[in-house]
Design a protein around this ligand. Structure first.
Ligand code: R5P
Length: 311
């Protein structure tokens, strides 16, 4: 079966190049004055998609409204089916609505679950994302009932980049800013062969969204140590700032932040930069171009997975 990669040149195009045998089809997105979106496959031959395996890879851009991105993705999947694709792998590097994966307050929808149903209804057979927020008690497979779902981790990439760029000649201790992300701290520690990983306790008030954080159960001096705090995403930056302050209060020499999805504006990032933090590393699951923020690409991670799983 022929493999076709669909999406924008700067992300999907790079995946296609890595795959070598794949054809690339550019996606053009027209936005009408009323905000409606019309995604168009830039094809000349109507039959090119017939009987193909299509990998649609759509990178969210910070400038694009998420709901518009979602509709554009759904319409494109629908269109690929109309044009005869027989297998569709959907790559959403940042799984939008991922934090709404449980009913935090009575009356709220489990939006992440419904998003999975919409993608399946549009016609996907396989779903791939990077560091899904839903693991542990709410794995992605609970939401994607009719299709295969995969979440790859980019934490080793981020941790190794931090290790390479840091000034630290000593071990970097790895922490998550909440207990839910402890596994990420472990992955980071394993990747850079750090002797220690741990988590901060974070409690969020469901009504106000305000958080409180504390360091518990760490019987190790953090004075003059280098600390890497890893998380799946940064949005307002409150979680990371709170954690960084705790480590500085403990006498840490350097604090580095590593996160997969930069769901923040430039202004929020500038607020982070005002803190005593020595390095910021993220990935290109969301298209960002922010001075001072080091971005590592997940393109090869995705392409390698596709290559070893192509049927
Ligand atoms: C929470 O469960 C997430 O993993 C992040 O820690 C959180 O969503 C970050 O949000 P913010 O940057 O707004 O504190």
């Amino acid at each position: 079966m022929k493999t076709i990669v669909v999406g924008k040149h700067e992300f999907a195009g790079k995946i296609a190049t890595e795959l070598k045998e794949a054809t690339f089809i550019e996606l053009e997105e027209r936005i009408f004055p009323d905000g409606e979106v019309c995604p168009r496959l830039l094809i000349k031959d109507k039959n090119i998609l017939q009987d193909s395996h299509v990998i649609i890879a759509m990178q969210l851009s910070l400038a694009q409204p998420k709901n518009q991105y979602l509709i554009s993705l759904l319409l494109t999947i629908y269109n690929l089916k109309q044009y005869g694709a027989i297998k569709i792998t959907c790559i959403m590097p940042y799984h939008i609505y991922s934090r709404q994966d449980r009913e935090s307050r009575i009356g709220e929808p489990i939006s992440s679950k419904f998003l999975a149903s919409m993608l399946e209804a549009a016609g996907i057979d396989e779903y791939l994302t990077i560091n899904s927020h839903s693991y542990g008690k709410n794995p992605l497979s609970d939401f994607f009932k009719e299709s295969k779902s995969i979440s790859l981790t980019a934490i080793p990439l981020v941790a190794k980049t931090v290790q390479k760029l840091s000034n630290s000649s000593e071990d970097i201790l790895c922490f998550s800013p909440d207990e839910g992300a402890l596994m990420l701290a472990k992955e980071a520690a394993d990747a850079i062969k750090s002797p220690f990983y741990g988590a901060i306790r974070k409690i969020r008030d469901p009504e106000t969204g305000n958080i409180s954080q504390e360091l518990i159960g760490i019987d190790l001096s953090l004075k003059d140590r280098s600390i890497l705090i890893v998380d799946d995403l940064v949005s307002s930056g409150g979680t990371m700032v709170g954690a960084a302050k705790i480590f500085k209060q403990q006498g840490a020499k350097e604090v580095y932040l590593g996160y997969i999805h930069g769901v923040h504006t430039i202004e929020k990032f500038e607020d982070l930069q005002k803190e005593d933090i020595q390095l910021f590393v993220t990935t290109d699951t969301i298209k960002l171009d922010i001075p001072g923020l080091i971005t590592v690409s997940v393109v090869k991670l995705i392409a390698d997975w596709i290559t070893s799983n192509l049927q």
